[in-house]
Design a protein around this ligand. Sequence first.
Ligand code: SF4
Ligand code: SF4
Length: 77
Amino acid sequence: MEKWLPVIDAGKCTCCNLCVEACGPGCLRVENGIAVLFDPGICGSEEHCIPVCKDDAIKMAWFLMRGNQRIGKWRVS
Ligand code: SF4
Ligand code: SF4
């Protein structure tokens, strides 16, 4: 099954942390100067991280996921 997930452009991200604060499930964090989606399994795909990024560094894309959707244990293939 595919899942709609954010992709952060390392060349545009200025490490402002606004997307991390806007993410209700808490699946984004800043690592080594760039925001990363560290837990795609709990991402709600509702795009709250997109409009808060003033650097236009986040785009959404479809990714093939594996695992049990009902218990939220998805992994990007
Ligand atoms: S809001 Fe945009 S610029 Fe700020 S940390 Fe997130 S991706 Fe990077
Ligand atoms: S789409 Fe929603 S849940 Fe997923 S990373 Fe963005 S704000 Fe967080």
